[in-house]
Design a protein around this ligand. Structure first.
Ligand code: ATP
Ligand code: SF4
Ligand code: MG
Length: 329
């Protein structure tokens, strides 16, 4: 095995995202470390506003202005994305990393037929007209449309929410990406359709061995799909752990609270994170200390003084909490 093959496919180190105006820096993503191995399925979970989408958009360098990557390093395969120019990034988007966005209706062009949109994506990656047309029909079949011809000829508004999501997934996988980022691909859909979409991406993953990052505010929705979970809170990862370990023994009090309101990973039941008392803080206006302090039943003096770093807790788990910090080291 080459040295490169042993490296994670994607690696984020101390990634910070925010805005810079004059001398005022507003940091929303405050130093995220995250790795995805080749073929791995990873979940990124956290309440609304915790920085999940911005972290993922920083990988593709598609952050909305005035937001930008303020620091840290992002590597994909052998390329340091944070050092690539725009042309280099274009070669990564689609063929390397593809993303299914949170709001599909805004990412499809309402004026263009489905066929045109998928074909244009493929042509932008160097396919000939004939090859792009063939591949378009093929991927629309792969995402479960029994009549790809009819879907190809449709405008987005002629399709249901679930069908639009399938088209988005077809566009994302058309270029055979090594990594697919699925950002809350199902929240707007009813539970049955949601399940179908999750299962569809999962079966595409197992056939192609691409890596998948599932982003969700709902641990219950993605738990059965992922090998490892990154729990985000106020712009940072506060726990990362293999899914089995997280469910058996969550370390961070925030993860414990999330799991306290959830059934086991096999139960297809939706539970809202808002069942945890209090509300998440604004990551740009944090007081010193641990950002979870105001909601944490275990907070003690040290928690007010310094924000805890991610520390090893055994069995592949890392957690950012001052409680029981030493014994696993
Ligand atoms: N375009 C923007 N300009 C300024 N601030 C933004 C912008 N987009 C998001 N934010 C801020 O960044 C925070 C994190 O946003 P992000 O979209 O990453 O959250 P999220 O974890 O994906 O939440 P959700 O579960 O609601 O999708 C938000 O609370 C918001 O205040
Ligand atoms: S560091 Fe303190 S406040 Fe933060 S989660 Fe741990 S015990 Fe709670
Ligand atoms: Mg989001």
């Amino acid at each position: 095995m080459s040295a490169l093959a042993e490296l994670p496919l994607l690696s984020l180190r101390s990634v910070r995202v925010g805005s810079r105006r004059d001398h005022e820096v507003r940091e929303i993503v405050r130093g995220v470390d995250l790795d995805v191995l080749a073929g791995e399925k990873v979940g990124v979970v956290g309440e609304s506003g915790s920085g999940k989408t911005l972290t993922m958009l920083s990988v593709l360098r598609l952050l909305p202005r005035p937001l930008e990557v303020l620091g840290g390093q992002i590597r994909f395969e052998d390329k340091i994305l944070t050092e690539l120019d725009e042309r280099g990034m274009e070669s990564i988007r689609g063929a390397g990393v593809a993303m299914v966005y949170q709001d599909p209706m805004t990412s499809l062009n309402p004026l263009l037929r489905v066929r045109t949109q998928v074909v244009e994506t493929l042509r932008a990656h160097g396919s000939s007209d004939a090859a792009a047309g063939k591949r378009t029909r093929e991927v629309l079949g792969q995402v479960g449309f029994v009549d790809p011809e009819r879907v190809e000829a449709a405008f987005p508004h002629e399709l249901s929410g679930g069908m639009v999501q399938r088209v988005m997934i077809a566009m994302a996988i058309a270029t055979s990406p090594r990594l697919l980022i699925a950002d809350e691909p199902t929240t707007a859909l009813d539970v049955t359709i949601q399940q179908q979409i999750l299962d569809l991406v999962d079966s595409l993953q197992s056939r192609t061995a691409m890596s998948v990052v599932w982003v969700s505010h709902d641990l219950g929705v993605i738990a059965r799909l992922v090998d490892r979970v990154f729990v985000m809170y106020a712009g940072r990862v506060v726990e990362q752990a293999p899914t089995v370990r997280l469910f058996a023994r969550p370390t961070h009090p925030y993860s414990q609270a999330l799991l306290g309101s959830l059934p086991g990973p096999e139960v297809r039941h939706r539970a809202r994170l808002t069942q945890i008392g209090g509300s998440p803080p604004d990551p740009t206006r944090l007081p010193p200390g641990c950002p979870f302090r105001a909601r944490c039943p275990f907070a003690f003096d040290r928690c007010a003084e310094q924000e805890p770093p991610l520390l090893e807790r055994g069995e592949g788990s890392l957690a950012a909490c001052w409680k029981e910090p030493i014994e696993w080291l």
